[in-house]
Design a protein around this ligand. Structure first.
Ligand code: SF4
Length: 213
């Protein structure tokens, strides 16, 4: 990576971390994917019941495999499951020991902005699991909530909907709120964590590489 690019990333991460910390979130900087994996594992005790949201990032850094290798009880829905099993795992996310997710956007003024179709992911980030680990590549950093919403509608959601084979307007063209109807609509719940919810310990690992959607 060119020195100027590295400088820009570190500068952006520094500004964002400072704002996140002042909003009550803990932060860690991981320059690479493998550093991110090490930092995430440090925050997850081996005996913990670990919930993983539909995070491409957690999978890209190899966290799911590593947790399984360690023998942790991992609750995740990226397998063939019956509707009953799927629902039970999503409910389990609300009562696990550590919940792992990425964030659709992290703002430079220290907020986490997310869209969710089912709602278990954003719910678990707010209350339930005592510890939440958010892993976000540098591509998730945006200036403010306005840019975060634009990122959700034009970058994160179209790719997520395409990943699950959905057919929303943003997949074939651009976001169209009027024409986008359940059940394939992905943006049912939009959350903005302006400050850390008081009963939840949230650490944001900012990674100096592009990860996830
Ligand atoms: S509201 Fe619908 S069209 Fe717009 S981003 Fe969400 S899923 Fe896509």
């Amino acid at each position: 990576m060119r020195e100027e690019r590295k400088w820009l990333i570190e500068h952006q991460v520094q500004r964002t971390s400072k704002a996140l910390e002042s909003n009550g979130f803990k932060t860690v900087y991981a320059p690479t994917k493998s550093d991110a994996l090490k930092e995430a594992l440090k925050l997850i005790p081996q005996e913990a019941k670990v919930g993983i949201g539909g995070s491409v990032t957690a999978r890209e850094i190899g966290l799911v495999e590593e947790l399984r290798k360690r023998g942790s009880n991992v609750l995740e829905t990226w397998r063939k499951l019956s509707p009953e099993e799927d629902l039970s795992i999503r409910r389990g996310h609300l009562t696990c020991d550590v919940f792992v997710s990425s964030s659709n956007a992290v703002t430079e003024d220290g907020k986490l902005v997310n869209a969710d179709g089912t709602g278990n992911r954003v719910a678990a980030m707010i209350f339930g699991p005592p510890r939440v680990v958010v892993i976000a590549g540098v591509n998730k950093i945006v200036r403010d909530v306005h840019e975060a919403m634009a990122r959700i509608r034009s970058v994160a959601t179209p790719m997520n909907v395409r990943r699950v084979g959905g057919t929303t307007p943003c997949v074939t063209d651009v976001c169209n709120l009027e024409e986008c109807k359940p059940p394939s609509r992905h943006c049912h719940a939009i959350t903005i964590l302006e400050k850390r919810p008081i009963k939840t310990d949230i650490t944001v690992i900012l990674v100096g590489e592009e990860l996830g959607f």
